[in-house]
Design a protein around this ligand. Structure first.
Ligand code: FES
Length: 380
């Protein structure tokens, strides 16, 4: 039977799946509609109006991320009217806050020039830490928006940096709501929401308190979701003004537990400066917990143990090689087993190692030592 779920986008017919929005149908067929507030996996808010498209028969432009696709719908994604509306919305978003990245000259050249101009400008000394990694800036450049059409609003909010993980600069917030969706719908922590109304609307935590005094668990999902420089980590802050190209992304598996979350280490000058989850990849699909996202300072800690230590007869420790340490452990286990039998030995495994390593630990206990005394820290 012929499908009735046919939509016409930019003059061509495409099949869509029931429940698709116009954006889903377009993206599945390789048509690029820009988005800013849209977040995969969360319900659409239609807050930014960047994804506007023209739908035949509709009186106004519609937000493609929120409008369900319908049979025989005729959609145009790149008309003059659509482009002008996107441009206007971007201009309003830029002037709604402290976005100095577009402190530009119409015949702008390189990002480095822009950056230098921004840094040199007396009123915008503090270049945004998200410079070069900001969705709003990226769209502004794509749509050649300068940001100076409307008078920018004064910064009304001081920077909140009273916790060790997340810096909040609400003067750069565009109220796209992605952080709220990340917190409430993706991580289901329900720590932040919209507060106040109209022009004084802002994102608040527990009746407008600092994050550290709220229900926030500092998973940092909101930071990963923020498309601008309103939510950043201390690593971003230290790197402000530095080109994104100076940071290498290294894909790895989180070492904090056996779940195996996939993450990117952001490495600059040989040091890990930030960690982000990898979107679209299991088992975590971009999500991380506070340990995975922020617990990386041990890597470069000067006190970190790098070699095994063997206790000396005087009660202190001395450094040893791995071969020496493992040899000593094997000898001692052998002696204990010989003296008191294998069941005098127990093996305690850990949630901090992988499933495979846990398997090997029980193999060591059962097959090598000969005991079923195996347990795991999760039960302790
Ligand atoms: Fe659709 Fe923001 S992406 S309204």
């Amino acid at each position: 039977m012929e499908s009735t779920n046919i939509i016409r986008i930019d003059g061509k017919e495409y099949e869509f799946i029931s429940g698709d929005t116009i954006l889903d149908a377009a993206r599945r067929n390789g048509i690029d509609i820009p988005t800013l507030c849209f977040m995969k996996g969360a319900s659409p808010t239609g807050a930014c109006r960047v994804c506007l498209v023209e739908v035949e028969g509709a009186r106004t432009l519609v937000a493609s991320c929120a409008m369900p696709a319908a049979p025989k719908m005729v959609v145009k994604t790149e008309t003059e009217r659509v482009l002008n509306a996107r441009r206007m919305n971007l201009e309003m978003l830029i002037s709604s806050g402290h976005h100095n990245c577009l402190d530009q000259d119409p015949d702008m050249d390189t990002r480095v020039d822009l950056q230098s101009r921004s840094m040199a400008s007396a009123e915008h000394r503090d270049i945004c830490p998200a410079y070069g990694d900001c969705r709003l800036q990226e769209l502004a450049i794509r749509y050649q928006v300068t940001g100076n059409r409307f008078e920018p609003r004064d910064s009304r909010y001081p920077i909140e940096n009273v916790n060790p993980f997340i810096i909040r600069d609400l003067s750069r917030c565009i109220l796209c709501g992605r952080c709220v969706q990340a917190c409430n719908e993706i991580q289901v922590n329900n720590a932040i929401s919209y507060g106040y109304r109209g022009s004084i609307s802002k994102i608040v935590a527990k009746g407008d308190r600092a994050l550290k005094d709220s229900d926030c668990v500092f998973c940092g999902e909101c930071v990963q979701a923020c498309p601008v420089g309103a939510l950043i980590t201390f690593g971003d802050f230290e790197a402000k003004g530095r080109p994104k190209g100076e940071t290498n992304l290294v894909r790895t598996t989180c070492s904090y537990c056996g779940v195996g979350c996939q993450m990117y280490l952001h490495v600059r000058d040989g040091r890990v400066v930030k960690v982000t989850g990898i979107e679209g990849l299991g088992p975590n699909y971009g999500r991380l917990c506070v340990k995975g996202r922020f617990g990386y300072d041990f890597i470069h800690d000067p006190e970190r143990l790098k070699t095994p230590l063997i206790r000396t007869s005087g009660g202190g420790f001395r450094e040893a090689t791995w071969d020496e340490a493992l040899g000593l452990i094997a000898d001692r286990l052998y002696e204990i087993k010989k003296e008191s039998g294998p069941d005098s030995i127990g093996v305690l495994s850990s949630a901090r190692i992988t499933n495979e390593e846990n398997y090997l630990a029980q193999k060591l206990a059962r097959a090598v030592i000969g005991t079923n005394n195996v347990d795991h820290c999760a039960r302790l």
